[in-house]
Design a protein around this ligand. Structure first.
Ligand SMILES: [Zn+2]
Length: 149
């Protein structure tokens, strides 16, 4: 039996979580907490009304969705065709509607990070960038119309 990374076997925890019949509890090396006890603790924490409300709100934000996407990318998560299609539609929508997140990513590509500057300044930059992109799109649209047939 291989012990998972960053964990070790130690005496049984006070709730008696026996790991695979070893008579011992699997614990995190970092804080020596039993992994099952920690899981229960996390679940209970997530159940408190305040936390629930916060999570619900947070899950509907674009930041959360973007984070999920990034997480999956890092883990090498393979998206199903349905998910790919959904992401594609979402990305197109974000681009078409010039959502904050899309613009923030554009700024990021140019080396401007929200971490480097104040949120207020980031908001202003996003506003300016939105205007710039809108203008560029208009110009492109106009040029398209002037191409002789
Ligand atoms: Zn335990």
């Amino acid at each position: 039996m291989t012990i998972p990374e960053n964990k070790y076997l130690d005496k049984l925890c006070k709730r008696g979580h026996d790991w695979n019949g070893t008579g011992k509890s699997l614990r995190f090396k970092s804080d020596r907490c039993c992994i099952i006890c920690q899981k229960i603790k996390n679940i209970n924490l997530a159940k408190t009304p305040k936390r629930k409300l916060w999570l619900e709100k947070y899950k509907s934000t674009e930041e959360y969705k973007e984070r999920r996407r990034e997480q999956r990318k890092r883990k090498g998560y393979k998206r199903s065709d349905k998910e790919k299609e959904r992401d594609r539609i979402w990305e197109k929508k974000a681009r078409d509607e010039l959502r904050d997140l899309y613009i923030r990513n554009q700024l990021r590509k140019r080396g401007i990070y929200a971490e480097n500057i104040t949120p207020e300044l980031m908001q202003q930059l996003i506003r300016l960038k939105r205007i710039e992109i809108k203008l560029k799109r208009q110009i492109m649209e106009n040029n398209k119309c002037q191409i002789p047939l």
